[in-house]
Ligand binder design. Sequence first.
Ligand code: DND
Ligand code: ATP
Ligand code: GLN
Length: 560
Amino acid sequence: MKIAIAQLNPTIGDIAGNTQQILEAAKRAASQGVRLVLTPELSVCGYPPRDLLMAPSFIEAMAIAVAQLAEALPPEVAVLVGTVEPNPHAHQQGDKPLFNSMNLLKGGRVQQVFHKRLLPTYDVFDEDRYFAAGEASNFFTLDGVKVGVTICEDLWNDELFWGKRSYRVNPIADLAQLGVDVVVNLSASPYSVGKQKLREAMLSHGASRYHQPIIYTNQVGGNDDLIFDGCSVAFNRRGELICRARGFEADEVVLGYDGDLQALPETTCAALLEVEEAEVWQALVLGVRDYTRKCGFSQVVLGLSGGVDSSLVAAIAAAAIGAENVLGVLMPSPYSSDHSVKDALELAQNLGIKTEIIPIGDLMQGYDLALDKLFAGTSPGIAQENIQSRIRGNLLMAVANQFGHLLISTGNKSEMAVGYCTLYGDMNGGLAAIADVPKTRVYNLCRWLNQHSDREIIPENVLTKPPSAELKPGQVDQDSLPPYEILDDILHRFIHEHQSPQEMVGAGHDLHIVNRVIQLVTRAEFKRRQAPPGIKITQRAFGTGWRMPIASKSLPSLLT
Ligand SMILES: Nc1ncnc2c1ncn2[C@@H]1O[C@H](COP(=O)(O)OP(=O)(O)OC[C@H]2O[C@@H]([n+]3cccc(C(=O)O)c3)[C@H](O)[C@@H]2O)[C@@H](O)[C@H]1O
Ligand SMILES: Nc1ncnc2c1ncn2[C@@H]1O[C@H](COP(=O)(O)OP(=O)(O)OP(=O)(O)O)[C@@H](O)[C@H]1O
Ligand SMILES: NC(=O)CC[C@H](N)C(=O)O
């Protein structure tokens, strides 16, 4: 039996567009003699649909679309599509009204419905908010082959793999007991650095432990802050890799089942990206491209300072939507260095993006004049410095507004963490492209990009000069912050590993610096809450999975 993985890139809520994608993939598969087509979790509405699921009309539209799709499909193929089903037992307040489901479409109708059993409710996932957990083991028989059906998290629960005590539910163990021939896993698993290696180790373990071949079909594409990397894979019952779909783009792979999974002459196996920088680059490019496209923009604008952050973001944007669609605005102030404009122009030329120069000295004087009386007798400081940033942010939004562009902001994770950025200034924008990329990784990405391009993209001077906000003469970041190697290590330990100050001191950090960083991170929560969505590339990003109070009193206990 031939089986096809349809690794699709849905747009959230675009039920008509998404079902059309499924139909086209099924037709292509049918023309190759495929009998079963697999699509990702919630492929009809895209993942995650969030509170769109609360509108009954949305649920109804999905049901109608699924019925129409079933009728339109080539009669010779069976297709598993991801949709939702009403929960008939939801009668009172608190009962979850829906199941996260896979529907088996065949012969013009919905043949069987399968419910997801394990609902992730951690980090960026919030499935308990909408869904009831399915209780039955899911399987169907096609051409005499008994196919077990699992939906994403259903396979992320094997106690041996995770080295934990036995879990209450482990769907693959149940399916193995029922004697299925092959297990399919329909997923919407978001990207983070190195996650594919973990997935493959887990799936290979599951296949060999339960002697079950597994076909894992992942969603691909950027949806707001989340990047789905695709990389769908299949393992035979010995846990050996049979195929891998491409990463970060839509793909289709056909494979065979004949007692076990096997590669056919037409089966493709994409290579895994070995270098983390290559992976992160592709994730960021896909994230910018899909956010821009799916929000209906074709062009973007950003402020170009000649610094490393805006240079990297410009390069990502050019790769994502074409250099001709990227506008860099240079806004020198009297405090800007000569190399600010020179480096920015060189970068723009290397990339082939458009530029405009708007000097802001006169506007700064205008602000000073307007505030002169009110501020009389006070000493000039950060408020005056930030006015430059706010003038730039304002001008950039005016440009975006006038030309229908999307403004991309350039703050990195290190500055977002400690609040080294100006609200309504450089934080302005619709998408924060590198908000989950620590500063040290910003440099690594730039160096990787230069090494892997046929010419220099990021000018060498951008990489070697000391980072500076240039908000007052001679200012450098390291006047206010610890060196980025130290800052990023402390941030990683605090944000990702939840380490205490004592643990960080035990790892060699200075208690004074640790406490200061923790204090800055805690205090900057109000800024992050007002920041544009950032593209998640790490296990713990300041986005939908980061839920911190703003007006809180957690600080003293953290500092003792
Ligand atoms: N909990 C809270 N809830 C709501 N609002 C709160 C708040 N705490 C302070 N605030 C408000 O926020 C203000 C402070 O935030 P904000 O005005 O952003 O400014 P602030 O954090 O004081 O200064 C920005 C910092 O970012 C640095 N920086 C680094 C790199 C680039 C750039 C750049 O702009 O290009 C800037 C700059 O040198 C400075 O150290 C307070 O004055 C207060 O009005
Ligand atoms: N002279 C300028 N012209 C245009 N945009 C600017 C200028 N200075 C700052 N910006 C914008 O504000 C953002 C924050 O700038 P700033 O230089 O203050 O901090 P940074 O974190 O060092 O960023 P970068 O590495 O891009 O310089 C920049 O990335 C850029 O988008
Ligand atoms: N959609 C899901 O169930 C995803 C959960 C899963 N553990 C993951 O990352 O990838």
